[in-house]
Design a protein around this ligand. Structure first.
Ligand code: GAL
Length: 666
């Protein structure tokens, strides 16, 4: 378990470097990530290379007993390259070019940019192929950041047509698969298909979904160029990439096979402000929403089913959210422990030192702009001292998550309130409120090792997927299906049969009606005799070969079944037709966990989470109040004690379900 930092030696005079690196080593840091935006510094003119500064920085990192993680520098090509080849720029839907002067403006499908990428990446990796201080590489930086997965330039138009030619037998097959008789949208050839550019009414949902898939595949191919060159130069190096939080347009599962492990960039106080429904509470502005952060840990762990890295960890205040509150005292340490509890093997803070120039001057570092220690430095040093080696997380539960379902429901949300991430998190948070670890995985993952599987909005379902889920249940699995499941086929068209389509036999129930509802409409139901609330989405279920566990008690839906359950083989399937509010999600998920024999805690306070890894449990307090932990008498505390303060953490050698947690003042 290691702590690291992201460092930009090119921003500072060279006589600062040794002091900086010495201070990193003093804090117990083990990895230094560098060079992701360095192309302009390394190649100021075509063919004129200056690597000496980076050589020196890598050497210093090695001398001080740490290892370097280098990055391919392709997120920011130099101006001369764009002037030579303006065709490498991306275009918005309306054709506006994404200009040079920030980052991530180059097209993944540009043959010119791919050629330039090969040239510069080869230079970098060859330079360090035999360098003993380089541990591995990050490809590029945050593919798709600033909404750049999807480009609409002419190169993309050509590449999209080729992609369609590969996927469909002929144009008749495409017309049929998409359903192009609607509004006369038939094509007479692949050459006639364009990227979905602005149009007065909605664009065809099947066309959009394929465009999103195509754009994603373009990033997969582009990443592979980097990964192959890195491995060719030295196959002992690891290859990873820094993904983002709740990031919708890039399918992390599809890049995973080309990476040794996944990494991501965690900025908790930003995420609650700019990518989550609902206003952030005051404690969340200080430390973030633990479930929002950990669901991302669990996605990037789940995608490879192995430990991941936090390649960028918030170091203090950050520049890009609407507001920049100072994190709670100790929050930078809390986040690192929380990441480790969820399966991180390394946490690298972004960045070493607050930058004196450019776009991110209002972004903290572990050190202040004048070089003195900032709040995050002390937190990082303390965490480095507290970490110890651990086996990976062994989660009993899987939550199915799939970007294609996200895209399809985003293309036709059918309600301004629909939000795939929030809906997914309703179930995820219910497991986390009971201290249960969950891998967030792609639906095609082998599920046989999980006691329970939750599939919140498995929208696009074909016979193969239905077959796998049936096998999982019949061999003893417990499956909880959510609303919007099985409504459509993978082309984004309704099935002939009512939802859940190919899963209807397994669920023993079908959907008679669905409705989306704004917040002024009462949304109530009874589940196992108790009253609960739901939100946004309702499906009236018809139990055919299943038992109804509850009915709607409000609105036009009243009297119809809202939740059904049935036994299949050695297992059980529960179908929930609504987006549950927290109490209902808790009841549903707890019942499934209990039926599956998954041990859990009592319901934890909102700001406190417990996560188990390798026989140890982390109690992380994301709120300001003191927390009291009750643990078995012989359980020892490796970090902290039975009473922890605000934004503090304890690590105890015990199973999560053996712990009790309460807010000390309660
Ligand atoms: C990340 C990015 C970094 C830096 C950071 C600021 O998204 O990878 O380069 O911009 O945000 O918080």
């Amino acid at each position: 378990m290691s702590i690291g930092v992201c460092y930009f030696p090119e921003h500072w005079p060279s006589d600062n470097w040794e002091r900086d690196v010495a201070q990193m080593a003093d804090a117990g840091l083990e990895y230094v990530r560098m060079a992701e935006f360095s192309w302009g510094r390394v190649e100021p003119e075509r063919g004129e290379f200056d690597f000496e500064w980076l050589d020196e920085a890598v050497e210093l990192v090695g001398e001080y007993g740490m290892e370097a993680v280098l990055c391919t520098p392709t997120a920011t090509p130099p101006k001369w390259l764009v002037d030579e080849h303006p065709d490498i720029l991306q275009a918005d839907e309306d054709g506006t070019l994404r200009e040079w002067g920030s980052r991530r403006f180059t097209c993944f499908n540009s043959e010119t940019y791919r050629k330039e990428t090969r040239r510069i990446v080869r230079k970098f990796v060859d330079r360090y192929a035999d360098n003993p201080h380089v541990a591995g590489w990050q490809t590029d930086n945050e593919f798709g950041c600033h909404e750049t997965v999807r480009c609409y330039c002419d190169d993309c138009a050509v590449a999209f047509r080729d992609w369609l030619r590969e996927k469909y037998d002929d144009i008749a097959d495409l017309n049929e698969s998409w359903g192009n008789t609607f509004w006369s949208q038939q094509y007479d050839s692949f050459a006639a298909v364009d990227p979905p550019r602005p149009s007065p009414a909605e664009r065809h949902p099947s066309r959009l979904l394929d465009y999103y898939r195509f754009a994603n595949d373009s990033v997969v191919e582009y990443n592979r160029i980097h990964a192959d060159l890195i491995r060719e130069a030295n196959d002992d190096w690891f290859v990873t990439h820094n993904f983002m939080g709740d990031f919708a347009s890039l399918d992390a599962y599809s890049l995973a096979p080309d990476l040794d492990f996944l990494g991501w960039d965690s900025y908790p106080t930003g995420f609650v402000q700019d990518r989550r429904q609902g206003d952030a509470t005051v404690p969340e502005l200080r430390a973030g929403d633990p479930d929002e952060v950990s669901m991302n840990h669990d996605i990037y762990r789940g995608a490879k089913q192995k430990p991941f890295w936090v390649l960028e960890q918030q170091p203090g205040d950050v520049n890009w959210p609407p507001y920049a509150p100072q994190p709670g005292e100790g929050a930078m340490r809390l986040w690192a422990h929380h990441a480790v509890a969820h399966g991180a093997d390394a946490v690298c803070y972004f960045r070493w030192r607050r930058c004196r120039e450019g776009q991110e001057q209002y972004h903290a570092g572990l050190r202040k702009a004048d070089g003195s220690a900032d709040r995050g430095y002390h937190d990082a040093a303390q965490t480095a001292e507290e970490l110890f080696d651990l086996d990976p997380v062994d989660a009993p539960v899987a939550i199915l998550h799939d970007y294609e379902n996200l895209w399809a429901t985003e293309i036709q949300p059918h309600s301004p309130d629909w939000d795939y991430w929030s809906h997914l998190r309703s179930y995820y948070a219910a497991a986390r409120r009971h201290g249960v670890q969950a891998d967030v995985v792609h639906p095609e993952t082998d599920l046989s090792g999980y006691e329970a599987v939750v599939a919140p909005a498995l929208h696009l379902v074909d016979e193969d997927l239905a077959g796998n889920l049936t096998e999982y249940v019949e061999s003893g699995g417990h499956l909880l299906l959510g609303p919007r499941t099985g409504l459509k086929d993978p082309y984004n068209k309704l099935h002939n049969a009512p939802a859940p389509g190919p899963l209807a036999d397994l669920a023993g129930a079908t959907v008679d009606q669905h409705e989306s509802l704004p917040s002024q409409v009462p949304t109530e139901l009874q589940y196992r005799g108790e009253s609960f609330e739901y939100r946004t989405w309702a499906e009236w279920l018809v139990p055919e070969d299943a038992e109804s566990l509850g009915e709607f008690t409000s609105g036009t839906a009243a009297g119809n079944s809202a939740v059904t359950t049935t036994e299949r083989g050695d297992g059980q399937v529960t179908l929930c037709g609504v987006w549950p509010e927290a109490d209902l999600a808790d009841a549903l998920v707890s019942d499934v966990l209990d039926a599956a024999g998954v041990a859990r805690t009592h319901r934890l306070p909102d700001s406190v989470r417990v996560a188990e890894r390798d026989g140890y449990s982390w109690v992380t307090n994301f709120g300001p109040a003191d927390v009291q932990i009750s643990a078995p008498e012989d359980a020892s505390f490796l970090v902290g004690s039975a009473e922890i303060g605000g934004y503090d953490v304890a690590v105890v050698e015990a199973g999560a379900h053996e712990l009790g947690v309460s807010i000390a003042d309660d």
